[in-house]
Each structure stands twice: as C-alpha cells, then as structure tokens.
Design a protein around this ligand. Structure first.
Ligand code: ZN
Length: 553
C-alpha cells in the first residue's frame, strides 16, 4: 500500500474554516496527513476520507484560522527575562508608582545575599503612566537596595542603575558615553542612574547573562503563551549565539513548539557584523521550523526614551532630540554588503529622520544593484508619518513596512504626549497602506513589553480601540477579512514562506488556531477577547484550552 492510500491522521470538521487563500474561501473541514494539509472542503467530502486510524475533531461550529504569526518579537531574550527579572511592568502586574517599584526591589534585595544582582524590568513609557511622571532615580534605587547592584529597564532603550551597579560597571560622572548612547547627569551634575541606548551596554556587560540553557527555558516559556493565543510562527530578533544555539538544540530535539524565523542583529550585537557574510549563509537557510529570516539593524532609538530621531523636537521635552545609533555611512555600507550577499534586511526606524535614512539607503542600493523579491523591511514604519512622498518611495522599491499595532493599543496617550497630534494625524494607517498594495502585517515587540497576542492585534486593526477603550483613527479601520490576512498570509509572505504557510490549502503546513467564535460574529472590540480553544502545529494538538466545552478530540 502506498502512503497516499492511507487515511488522514487528523480531520477537523463541522466548523468554519477561514482559509485565507486567494479567494478567502470558507470551508467546513480540513484533513491532515503527516503534518501537512491534504484536503480542505465541505464536511461531507472531507469526513469520508477518514477511518478508524484518523483522529477526528468535531469543532461544533468553531472557527479555524491558519496559525497566526507575530513578525517582530524579542523572544529568546524576552522569554528568559520574563522568567528571571523582577516584574515591575504595569502592563503585566499591578505596579503603578515609583514607591511600588522601590518596594518590590527592596523586598528582593533583602531576600538575597549582599552583592547579588537585582535585575528588574518595567514597561515602555511607564514614566508617562505613573503619578510621578518620571522614572525612579539612582538615589531611590540606592535606598531600596544599598548593598546589591540593581538595574531596571523600561522597554529596550532606557535602563536605570543604582550606585552599586554603576560602580561595578566602572561608570562615574566623568565617564564618556559611547557613540549612540547617553549617560544622564542630574541638575547637580551627578549621575542620575539613567543610561540610554548604547550606554546601557556599560552595565549590561557586568550583569550576569542568560546561558543558552536559560534561553531554552525562556523560549519554551514564551511559546506556551503563543500557543494559547493561536500563534504558531514568530520572527525573533536575536543578538547573541546563545539564543541561536538554544533554538537549534530545541529544533534538533523536536522540542521547538512553534516555528521561528531568525532576524539576526548585526550591529550592536554580540554577533560580529561580518559573521553571516563570512559564512556565505543566506536568508532562507534552515527548514520549516527554524530558518534565517534576514538581518536586523537599528538606526535610531525608541520613542520610549525620547531617543527616536525626529526632525521636530519632542513636545514634552524639547531638549531631547533623539539619537542616531548608526550613521548613514555605516548604514549604507552594511545594507549594501548584506543586500549583495542575498540577505533580506530589516531596519529599525522610529523617527522620521531615521525613516528617511532607511528609505534612502534601500533606494540607493536597489538602484545600484536591483534585486527582484528582496522583501527588505523597515521596522516600525507605518506607525506614523508615512506621507505620500514616503509611501511612493516604499511602493516604488517594494519595501515592506512593519508597523506595531500594540503601540496604538497600549501607549497611544504617551505617544500623543511625546510627539503630539500633528505627527500622529495619519498614524497606524493600515488601510491606506493595504490600499496601496502593500502586504502589511504587524509585529508586537513582545513579550517583555506586553503580552504576545496576535489575535488582540488583529482585533485592534478592526476596532481601532486602545486598552482604555478610546478609538483611534476610525477611518483606518480594516475589515475582518483583511485583518486575518495581515497575521496569516501577509506575514508568511513577509518571511518568504507564502508557499508553505499562511493559508489553509493542500500542501501547506498543518498549523491552525481554533477559535471559540468567528471574528466575523462578534463586535470588533471583542475580537481580541475571543478564546483560542485549540492550537495545532504540524498536525498535532499543541494547546487545548481547559474548559473548551464539548470540543472532543
Ligand atoms: Zn523591536
């Protein structure tokens, strides 16, 4: 008997299967052979394929989507920090003020021997949401922990350190900040404890780093969250060999719970800029589970520390003007080298100065050395300030903007305070970009920033609601159909994987998110709360929600 003659391993039936294929065909059932989709169609056509060796899942009217993708995460590091850092993040815990942060740090410091590190993390722009309207200072951290070194980061761009930590890092008030970084002094000329962008590495170099074993645990920990929200694919920005080794060991042991595309940071990383070039490894290297998805570099800082580089000053803090971490020359050189070596390039650009630098660099390299289907990305482009001129340049060069819907959902008010209405007038203009023919997806920047939840982001693209219930730019709301495509087939295209992932069609990987209800059947504002009842990866049930009533496998 040939393999083709065998009955399916798995059939999902009696539901609404939103295939996200070219016609957005809705089926009732799907059959899976050996981790791949074999047939999709009407219940009666699919059920007859099964026999007593087939696992039959009666969906009882539930909705099936292709497994969702989050195309911009800091996952291995983020997962490990979720497990090991003291949690002072307001999006996760109930920490809402500086005294509460101090209390948590003090508790941990007192429970540990003198000299042991206390490494905490807060949320991006938490200063805006705390009654004090600022971050804690070195002196406050000293009171909380006089004998133990302390650092607390707020997002990726700001770290506050206490005196012990600064002392161990060899930082004093006359230390020069590295290029692309800043060491803040207070009004009396003393260290405030705040280290910005590249200056954060001064203390990071003395903080104990995560081993690859801890990274492995972090990946597994964060993957559980993904599976519980129907996410089966991520694009992880990795900065060191430990995380890559961790992924590889998990994959080789068949223990990697989700599929991973690695975006390897080649500037400001523990990875040498030339490594991939020297090896001759190109984007796409790997397999359906673990693959090199491109290289990453960051031009400016984050808006979360007033270090994104804009032409106009910050509204709330006109003395800060942002920070360029990579000058145009270094950027052009790196982009050109990686472009010529066959890599896809992902450039972080938050402020409009950085956006223009990224677009200029890509435009000139593509003029000099045209390459069809490069799929170069600009991270955070599409959040704001995509005017007609920039949109033309993006379209002309087939650049993929990767906006971040969670920025709108979680920090809208802080963005307004920082850069004001005018610059946010056409923000998160997903509809405009889709209408321009761009296959837009959205990355979360999680999980350390806020929980990973592509279904929340899908719902927000439709509802345009923030976490406090405010509506932002209702005219840019997109349809449920478009929103589903964003997190499935568009995201697969973004990873050069549209032929094997992103829709429910024969031949593709059998990765599905089974939702309790169809996103078409609930109010837009409620899409984000739809429970995921089951997540299937490679034809295997990888997550099953306790209490998913009557879902029988
Ligand atoms: Zn990021």
């Amino acid at each position: 008997m040939s393999i083709a003659a065998l009955s399916p391993d798995l059939i999902l039936t009696n539901g609404t299967v939103l295939t996200a294929d070219q016609n957005n065909y809705q089926a009732e059932a799907v059959a899976v052979w050996n981790g791949r989709i074999g047939a999709v169609g009407a219940k009666s056509d699919i059920e007859v394929l099964g026999d007593n060796r087939t696992q039959l899942v009666d969906l009882k009217g539930r909705c099936v989507l292709p497994g969702l993708t989050d195309p911009h995460v800091h996952f291995a590091d983020g997962g490990a920090s979720m497990m090991h850092r003291l949690d002072c993040r307001d999006f996760y815990s109930n920490v809402r003020s500086i005294p509460q942060i101090i209390e948590k740090i003090s508790e941990q410091a007192q429970s540990q021997p003198h000299g042991t590190w206390v490494v905490a993390h807060g949320s991006p722009m938490q200063d805006f949401r705390m009654p004090e309207g600022r971050f804690p200072t070195r002196h406050e951290l000293d009171v909380a922990s006089p004998n133990n070194p302390v650092t607390i980061n707020f997002g990726a761009h700001i770290t506050i350190a206490n005196s012990k930590a600064l002392e161990l890092a060899g930082v004093n008030k006359s230390t020069d900040a590295p290029p692309g970084g800043a060491i803040e002094l207070d009004d009396s000329g003393e260290l405030s404890g705040k280290l910005v962008e590249r200056a954060q590495y001064l203390v990071r170099e003395v903080v104990p780093v995560y081993s690859y074993e801890q990274m492995k645990k972090g990946i597994l920990f964060a993957s559980e969250r993904c599976l519980s929200r129907g996410i089966t694919n991520i694009h992880d920005i990795v900065t060191n060999h430990e995380s890559i080794r961790a992924y590889q060991e998990l994959e080789q042991a068949s223990e990697l719970p989700i599929r991973v595309s690695l975006l390897i940071r080649v500037i400001e990383a523990a990875i040498q800029k030339e490594s991939l070039l020297n090896l001759g490894i190109k984007t796409g290297f790997g397999n359906d589970w673990l693959r090199i998805g491109g290289v990453k570099m960051s031009i400016d800082g984050g808006i979360t520390g007033h270090v994104a580089k804009f032409y106009e000053p910050y509204i709330d803090d006109p003395c800060h003007e942002g920070l360029i971490r990579i000058e145009q020359g270094e950027l052009d050189e790196t982009v050109s080298a990686y472009h010529k070596a066959g890599h896809r390039i992902c450039i972080h650009a938050i402020g409009d100065v950085a956006m223009d630098m990224a677009l200029r660099s890509l435009d000139s390299v593509l003029k000099e050395d045209p390459r069809v289907d490069h799929r170069h990305r600009v991270e955070h482009l599409g959040n704001w300030l995509v005017n007609d001129e920039r949109l033309d340049l993006i379209k002309r060069n087939n650049i993929l903007p990767v906006p971040n819907i969670p920025f709108m959902h979680y920090i809208w008010e802080s963005l307004l305070a920082c850069i004001g209405h005018e610059r946010l007038e056409e923000s998160f203009n997903i509809k405009t970009m889709l209408e321009a023919g761009l296959p837009i997806t959205s990355g979360s920047d999680g999980p350390a920033y806020w929980p990973l939840d592509s279904l929340r982001d899908l719902g927000t693209a439709v509802s345009r609601k923030t976490w406090t219930g405010k509506t932002v730019g209702a005219d840019q709301a997109i349809t449920v159909e478009e929103a589903i495509r964003m997190f499935t087939i568009n995201a697969a295209y973004n990873a050069f994987e549209e032929k094997i992932k992103g829709s429910i069609e024969p031949g593709k990987v059998a990765d599905f998110a089974v939702l309790e209800q169809s996103p078409y059947e609930v109010e837009p504002a409620r899409i984000k709360d739809i429970p995921v009842d089951m997540t299937i990866v490679d034809g295997e049930i990888a997550f099953f929600r306790e209490g998913a009533d009557g879902l029988a496998a």
